[in-house]
Design a protein around this ligand. Structure first.
Ligand code: URA
Length: 270
């Protein structure tokens, strides 16, 4: 018979469950003020003051002094702005022109997207645009975020403006929306519209090689010009071809949220 608790006579849980409970209660992770200090927010003392002043949240909840965090996975924000876990991270948005290669170094000596942004610190492109494709491309030295953006499980949306040969019929648009059969399988449902004859707005969340071009080929309308106009929440109508800029804090936050694990997404207070 299980031993009973002296106070109320209910049976005590078995010993291994008590141990597991004790383990769950052991502090894990690093102290929040230490993580904040490591990201350049000031001394630990300054960071403690930030926490005490109620300016720091972890996964959307107000943080208390002494809180421990998993610096790799928890979303830490100061005044609503996400805190990079590692200092020195940069995030650029480039309007890639046609004729530039999406690679860090081209073996044929062609101009690359990395040549268009500052060379220190070294960054790399997030995903790929074909050499002829124009439009928005992120570059960063944040490998974790880059991986999350490109990983199919996060399904980050990419929106394109596509000039195609000929006028697309409603039935063909429906095929783009429902999924077209390509040699590497059927494409996932997409958003597709034709704002003017022969110009499509197409939103996909897969990242297969030359996917938009192959989808348009499959419905009999080869691509004449392809421009990426949005990556997840990031868009910019004013960035001229070959120009770049840093992402704003709000954009970084939106991007971090777009790729957060579903269990870690939370509703922000309005
Ligand atoms: N789809 C394509 O076909 N090419 C690109 O560059 C991007 C998406």
């Amino acid at each position: 018979m299980a031993p009973s608790r002296p106070e109320d006579g209910t049976p005590e849980p078995p010993l291994w469950e008590q141990w597991a409970e004790q383990r769950r209660q052991l502090p894990t992770g690093e102290r929040l003020q230490k993580v904040l200090a490591a990201t350049g927010w000031g001394s630990r003392r300054v960071c403690e003051d930030l926490i005490a002043a109620g300016r720091v949240t972890v996964n959307g909840e107000l943080a208390e002094l002494g809180r421990r965090v998993d610096a790799e996975h928890d979303l830490i924000e100061v005044d609503g702005a996400p805190v990079g876990v590692k200092p020195g991270l940069v995030y650029y948005l480039l309007n890639k022109p046609s004729g530039v290669v999406t690679t860090a170094k081209d073996t044929h000596g062609r101009k690359t997207v990395v040549d268009l942004v500052p060379n220190e610190p070294r960054v790399f492109p997030v995903g790929r645009l074909d050499v002829e494709t124009e439009g928005l491309l992120l570059l960063t030295n944040d490998g974790d975020l880059a991986h999350r953006i490109t990983h199919p499980s996060h399904g980050v949306e990419k929106e394109y403006l596509v000039h195609v040969r000929g006028r697309v019929t409603p039935g063909e648009l429906r095929r783009l929306r429902d999924g077209v059969d390509l040699d590497d399988g059927r494409t996932a449902p997409a958003a597709a519209s034709q704002p003017s004859p022969g110009v499509l707005r197409l939103t996909i969340h897969e990242g297969r090689n030359r996917q938009v071009r192959r989808m348009c080929d499959a419905i009999g309308h080869p691509v004449l010009r392809l421009v990426r106009t949005r990556v997840g929440p990031i868009t910019d109508r004013n960035l001229r071809p070959s120009d770049w800029r840093e992402l704003s804090t709000a954009e970084r936050r939106a991007l971090t949220e777009a790729v957060a694990d579903p269990a870690r997404r939370y509703d922000r207070p309005t």
